[in-house]
Write a protein that binds this ligand. Structure first.
Ligand code: ASP
Length: 352
């Protein structure tokens, strides 16, 4: 090839690359919960199942962003995939409260307008994240709880299911074990002896050894779309054996979920009481916005220093206004993944 042709094709290649980058600049990060998740406690099959589920959630969100959809649509799509998977503590597969019920919380936030929607203590919304979005877009409120949220869901045509839909044998056994370990009564908890329960018990996902992740397991997503807008979404069953009516950080705007185009987008997972008191998600964005810190430095200051000093365990996924991700956790592991335009999806579980 002549030198002229070489220079020409190189510059055409660079032009094509920069055009593609300019056209489809987006980023997405997700988490499926943090906790005592260690390699030695997880079988290769289970690790593979988690990796596949995280990959599906990333793919669902990325498909939206690739098609120039909004960051809001992307985070909702990614979270719905994890809510539908029994592997995560959100939607189907959520942990049980002390009464033996699945009680779900979720929140979503639009970084462009600072609009937000949240639900807490719901028992029948199949995808609580979509109900949170309906609260944001179709009500004048930010948060609806319990029965009122479900009446609203029905009026808005958000899909409702019977509470038993959320139940998995694994989470049920976690509740029994947690209560027994603490010397608490289990005789009032109704055993589910129905045919469906038996079928669930024989399901391969209930027959494996689980790592000790019973404390946490929330799911979340943050995205930057091609229009330069950020969004964050978080959905959870909360913490095993929590008191009836307990609300964690996930649906609290500024604690477990926050998005502001001028700062960053954050979704958290961990011991909610600490995350609420440290206003984790807002604190990280404030350090970026007002103190001029990099997102990584801000997330580390809050998660590794401030939270740890308080005794708070968990982590966050976050994106800055340019789409640079920070995935930071002070626990042994965090189910997590990210993808940026033009790159390959990255998925990880353990610290190493
Ligand atoms: N942060 C959630 C809560 O406290 C739990 C979790 O992340 O798994 O409700």
């Amino acid at each position: 090839m002549s030198l002229r042709r070489l220079v020409l094709s190189l510059s055409l290649g660079i032009f094509a690359m920069s055009e593609a980058a300019a056209e489809t600049r987006y980023a997405l990060a997700i988490h499926g919960g943090a906790g005592t998740i260690e390699r030695k406690a997880m079988s290769p099959e289970l690790e593979q199942a988690y990796r596949e589920a995280l990959g599906q959630a990333l793919a669902a969100g990325e498909a939206v962003l690739k098609a120039k959809g909004s960051a809001l649509d992307a985070v909702e799509a990614a979270v719905r995939v994890m809510e539908d998977s029994p592997l995560f503590n959100a939607g189907k597969g959520a942990v049980f409260n002390a009464e033996g019920k699945n009680e779900l919380d979720a929140a979503i936030m639009d970084g462009k307008t600072l609009a937000a929607g949240a639900v807490a203590g719901v028992h029948r919304a199949k995808n609580p994240i979509s109900l949170a979005r309906a609260v944001m877009e179709k009500s004048p409120h930010v948060m609806l709880v319990g029965e009122g949220a479900e009446v609203f869901a029905k009026a808005q045509g958000v899909e409702l299911v019977e509470p038993k839909y959320f139940r998995t044998e694994r989470r049920w056994q976690q509740l029994i074990k947690t209560r027994k370990d603490k010397g608490e009564d289990t005789s009032t908890l109704s055993e589910d002896t129905s045919t469906e329960a038996k079928a669930r018990a024989s399901d391969k996902t209930t027959a494996v050894e689980w790592p000790d992740d019973h404390k946490f397991g929330t799911v979340g997503a943050v995205a930057l779309d091609a229009q330069g807008n950020l969004a964050a979404a978080t959905s959870t069953g909360g913490m095993t054996n929590k008191k009836w009516g307990r609300v964690g950080d996930s649906p609290i705007i500024g604690a477990g979920t926050y998005a502001d185009n001028g700062g960053c987008a954050v979704s958290a997972t961990g011991h909610g009481e600490f995350f609420i008191r440290a206003a984790v998600a807002h604190e990280i964005c404030a350090q970026v916005k007002y103190a001029g810190k990099s997102l990584q430095a801000a997330a580390e200051a809050v998660v590794m220093d401030q939270l740890k000093a308080m005794g708070g365990e968990g982590g966050v996924i976050a994106l800055d206004a340019k789409g640079l991700p920070a995935l930071v956790f002070n626990s042994a592991g965090m189910y997590r993944g990210s993808v940026v335009s033009g790159g390959e999806p990255r998925i990880a579980i353990f610290r190493d």
